[in-house]
Design a binder for this molecule. Structure first.
Ligand code: SF4
Length: 112
């Protein structure tokens, strides 16, 4: 076998990437979210409670499919906010899923 290569079939080799973990930053999965909602920047319309949307909402509508009964668009359609706090385990799961799919990390839970 060739040095630095891995046999993947009888006729094909692929290069093995050098992995020097001391000098390279950790690789990130493309879908790995690096944003977190900021509880100090909550949309003012959020109904009081632990779940909130912060001011980074774009809005993209993704969360409405998961938690449309809990969220509402602002009058000028510039963002969404929590119009209702989850009251059941199912609604809690909906809010959690909405926060997980939010591409900007605008949905937070401060545990209040
Ligand atoms: S998924 Fe996030 S960015 Fe998109 S509308 Fe909902 S809160 Fe806003």
């Amino acid at each position: 076998m060739r040095p630095g290569k891995e046999l993947v079939s009888e006729r094909h080799f692929v290069s093995l990437a050098r992995t020097d973990t001391n000098t390279r930053p950790p690789l990130r999965c493309r879908n790995q979210k690096t944003f977190m909602a900021d509880k100090n920047s909550k949309q003012p319309e959020n109904i009081p409670g632990k779940w909130y949307v912060d001011t980074t909402c774009v809005p993209c509508n993704s969360c409405m499919d998961e938690a449309g009964s809990l969220l509402k668009y602002s009058e000028d359609q510039s963002h969404v906010f929590f119009v209702k706090q989850p009251a059941t385990p199912d609604e809690e799961a909906c809010a959690q899923r909405a926060s997980e799919i939010c591409p900007t990390g605008s949905i937070g839970n401060d545990g209040a």
